[in-house]
Design a protein. Structure first.
Length: 449
């Protein structure tokens, strides 16, 4: 394997110097489906899902893994997660409908969100969702109301804020003392919420949930979270005689994203989590809860590769050479948002040595700086450029900025690629507008009514 970019990526070269994605050649994929194109390698995705599921098997604890759909949820992805025995964490009507349309039973879904609309709560309760993760006081009553209206009981978890600042970027840190999510443990809100939920006949309070952030490299953050959650469970048992059947400790495990970084794997994460629970429950008289984790990024990031076509090559005033690709912040906002880094290769000449370093830009009307100092072997306009590890939080965060349409997504395995999301037709974007004349007529009609 030749690494012609900043750090190691698993690109298999074939004769002729090209590289394969799910056994498919990058040039053929680009020619057949157009660019930008998100390619998901099915084997890598399924093996990541299996690795997590297997890591969370333990002789003394029951544990389950949920896939956090916010990373990338399309029907095909939801179906694969379900086939791999993962439950699915959803946080909107759109994500829940996607899972349901893929044939995932509502019972296998967990509904999150800091502000769920009335329609979303109706849909979740009516469809028989596995758990609703209740985030604030009024939502306890809102869920209870629907559960009794739809003639049943609803299983809930309470999202608590353990007040832990995980070592990660501010925008994706969600368990710090000033986070908007959940009931704070420190000021007594969480205890009051348990009392309210446990007293509601329409609810079954199954347990608690917390999520301390994303792209977390330091697994000890989870051990600290577990200590906080277990201390809370003890306090709840002592003062309210309520026990938790479920403790969901969230997702957030990091993936390696810049040169020289290494992320913990599923096994290391699981060992830390089980170890912390073993310690916390060692001298407790409480029944062991069922554990749940819900990673998103760590399950799907490395299975994705974005293919772009280089459109422009030019020398910049500072002497560096810029490449402009046919996408950018509309299909992957992460470089602009977090200066996220990725490995970049030129599949057609994967085996050749780099002839220099390049600055790569997207074609949007901002700097749209994607990657700097990328070593590549003579990239030219017309070449396909591969950005690796883009499975998570790219397509799911895509926008129509500059009135671009969203890219297509394919899933590839054993040399065959299947479209799982069509390229958004530009007509769909344009059709949302109401023509100025039609708008005026509609307004007049409304006034006359
Ligand atoms: C409640 C919850 N669970 C799980 C996740 C998944 O995080 P990650 O993709 O970093 O594993 C998130 C991410 O925002 C989340 O908010």
């Amino acid at each position: 394997m030749h690494h012609n970019s900043k750090h190691a990526v698993d690109v298999t070269p074939v004769t002729g110097g090209s590289a394969l994605f799910g056994g498919c050649d990058a040039q053929s994929l680009a020619a057949q489906f157009g660019t930008p194109l998100l390619v998901i390698d099915e084997v890598r995705l399924r093996s990541a899902m299996r690795a997590f599921r297997e890591a969370f098997v333990h002789p003394r604890w029951r544990a389950s893994v949920a896939y956090a759909g916010k990373a990338l949820l399309l029907q095909a992805i939801a179906k694969i997660a379900h086939e791999e025995s993962l439950s699915i964490d959803v946080c909107s009507a759109g994500e829940l409908q996607t899972a349901l349309r893929a044939g995932v039973p509502a019972q296998r879904c967990i509904f999150h969100g800091c502000f769920k609309t009335d329609d979303e709560l109706d849909l979740a309760v009516q469809s028989g969702i596995g758990y609703i993760v209740v985030d604030h006081r009024a939502e306890i009553d809102a869920v209870a109301l629907r559960a009794s209206r739809f003639g049943g009981r609803c299983d809930i978890l309470l999202r608590v804020n353990p007040g832990i600042a995980a070592q990660t970027r501010g925008a994706i840190q969600t368990g710090a003392p000033d986070s908007k999510f959940g009931f704070a443990i420190d000021d007594g809100q969480a205890l009051a919420a348990v009392a309210a939920a446990a007293n509601s006949p329409a609810l079954r309070l199954a347990g608690i949930h917390a999520h301390i952030g994303s792209q977390i490299f330091d697994v000890d953050s989870y051990a600290r979270e577990i200590v906080r959650l277990t201390d809370f469970a003890k306090a709840v048992h002592r003062s309210l005689a309520v026990t938790f059947d479920v403790m969901n400790i969230g997702g957030g495990l990091a993936v390696a994203d810049s040169p020289g970084t290494q992320a913990p794997d599923a096994k290391q994460w699981a060992q830390t989590i089980f170890g912390a629970f073993e310690e916390c429950f060692a001298d407790l008289n409480l029944a062991k809860p069922q554990l749940c984790v819900e990673p998103g990024r760590a399950l799907i990031a490395s299975a994705g590769t974005t293919l772009y076509r280089i459109g422009v090559r030019k020398r910049l005033p500072d002497g560096t050479v810029a490449l402009i690709v046919d996408g950018g912040m509309s299909d992957n906002p992460r470089p602009a948002l977090y200066e996220a880094d990725y490995a970049v290769t030129l599949p057609a000449r994967a085996r050749l040595p780099a002839d220099g370093t390049y600055k790569i830009f997207g074609r949007h009307c901002e700097a749209d700086r994607l990657f700097r100092d990328v070593a590549l072997p003579g990239p030219l306009p017309g070449d396909v450029l591969a950005v690796h590890g883009t499975g998570a939080y790219t397509y799911s965060m895509a926008s129509n900025y500059n009135r671009f349409s969203r890219p297509a997504v394919v899933i590839a395995a054993a040399g065959r690629a299947r479209l799982i999301a069509r390229r958004e037709p530009l007509e769909h974007v344009l059709d949302l507008d109401i023509e100025p004349d039609a708008a005026r007529e509609a307004r007049t009609a409304a006034v006359l009514k």
